[in-house]
Design a protein around this ligand. Structure first.
Ligand code: GTP
Ligand code: MG
Length: 387
């Protein structure tokens, strides 16, 4: 193999020299910008150095490769004189991107292959349930775990009565979501203090209105409302309107002291709901404020409200940011707007947090319920109707 360096004032000249001496099939191993040595280098423009190789065996090999590949990028563009390095770098970046993309594809294919191989080990009945869970956006690893449990509970042979198989499946799913925990009132004389927190627009205020109305009118409990949502005037008005309609006392709190006073003031009630401002999970300052109020008020329950229309990764992301405030239970809202429900199963599986309530529409006080695990299990299989 012959290797030689060529130096010229520009890329094209250096390349011409190399090609005329080494032939058209010479390979450019390297190219760079250099300065002349010594003080002269400071006053003269930089030069281009290319290192070229020529090898007969290499030539045969590259010829073969060239036949099968698009090598247009190896040819010199018309404006190469102005952009020799831009061309090389640009192509390099493109290639790195392509390699990254292929890597990603390989990983996805490996995961898919792994999934397919694991499914192959399942009976047809278990595979059917696995597919239903996947269609409802249950994560593959969780769906596989559940499908394997279902398989263990069914007889070996595949001639299982479908109704029986369905019952086994629902029963198994219920075990994954059995932690359901609505709000319980205190036995003693102290009012139950419940903070309702979450991202913007998920339905915190509406859900408080539903709970407050049900407790007041159906359970004859004494309710009070506190709002910390002083960021927007409309927000306090919204809760005030509900409070007025239901004839429930309400306080707007602007400071730590007012928080303490309001909690003390309502100790004769059975329950105090604290509405909070919708908070971006990335807003550390707002989360810090919330944390401070929680420390002062020492609530019995901190309920994180999440919309089921949010995808699983985002739900986990939100939870991971809010958990610094302390999260006891979850309320999932907007089931009526969702098309899949597996997000709730993924979330419960990963966080082990109990579900307190589900909301299924905008109507106050009607569209709220304490879920039961059988009903949730049907939702995860795409069978349930929540209305
Ligand atoms: N479809 C549907 N809409 C809901 C549900 N719950 C609340 N909403 C609607 O969602 C919108 C926002 O509700 P809010 O209660 O103001 O939400 P929020 O979390 O208090 O909002 P911020 O205080 O601004 O963060 C309103 O239009 C509600 O009627 C539900 O279960 N289903
Ligand atoms: Mg609100």
């Amino acid at each position: 193999m012959k290797i030689k360096r060529y130096v010229a004032s520009d890329y094209l000249t250096a390349l011409r020299q190399a090609k005329s001496e080494m032939g058209q099939d010479a390979i450019i191993l390297h190219s760079r910008q250099i300065r002349r040595k010594g003080i002269i280098g400071w006053f003269t423009p930089p030069q281009i150095e290319i290192t070229v190789a020529m090898d007969d065996t290499l030539q045969v090999h590259t010829d073969r490769v060239r036949k099968n590949q698009d090598t247009s990028f190896l040819t010199i563009p018309k404006n190469a004189q102005q952009l020799p390095f831009a061309m090389d770098n640009g192509r390099e970046i493109e290639l790195i991107e392509e390699i990254r993309h292929m890597n990603q594809l390989m990983k996805e294919m490996q995961a898919k292959l792994h999934e397919v191989q694991s499914i192959k080990g399942l009976s047809q009945t278990a595979q059917k349930f696995y597919q239903s869970l996947i269609q409802n956006r249950v994560k593959p690893e969780i769906a596989m775990h559940i499908a394997a449990s279902i398989q263990n509970r069914l007889p070996q042979e595949d001639c299982v009565d479908p109704k029986w198989a369905n019952e086994v499946c629902l029963h198994t799913l219920r075990e994954y979501i059995k932690d359901i925990s609505p709000i319980y009132l205190n036995y003693g004389s102290r009012a139950r203090l419940v903070f309702v927190i979450g991202p913007t627009g998920v339905g915190k205020t509406t859900t408080i209105a539903k709970l407050a109305a049900n407790m007041t009118f159906l359970e004859s409990k004494k309710v009070a409302l506190i709002t910390l949502d002083t960021y927007r005037i409309a927000a306090t008005d919204q809760l005030r309107t509900f409070a007025d309609i239901m004839d429930i006392p309400m306080s707007v709190v602007f400071s730590d002291l007012e928080m303490k006073e309001a909690v003390e003031k309502y100790q004769d009630r059975n329950i105090i709901f604290v509405d909070t401002a919708g908070c971006s999970p990335f807003n550390q300052e707002q989360l810090g404020d919330l944390e401070r109020y929680v420390k002062i008020a020492q609530p019995d329950d901190i309920i994180l409200v999440l919309s089921v229309t949010t995808d699983s990764d985002d739900l986990m992301n939100i939870y991971n940011h809010f958990k610094r405030v302390g999260v006891d239970k979850i309320i999932f809202t907007k089931l009526d707007e969702a098309t899949t429900y597996g997000q709730m199963l993924n979330f419960a599986y990963e966080t082990r947090k109990p579900i307190a309530y589900l909301t299924t529409g905008q109507n106050v006080p009607k569209d709220i319920q304490v879920p039961d695990s059988a009903y949730l299990a049907r939702l995860f299989l795409g069978e349930g109707v929540f209305k």
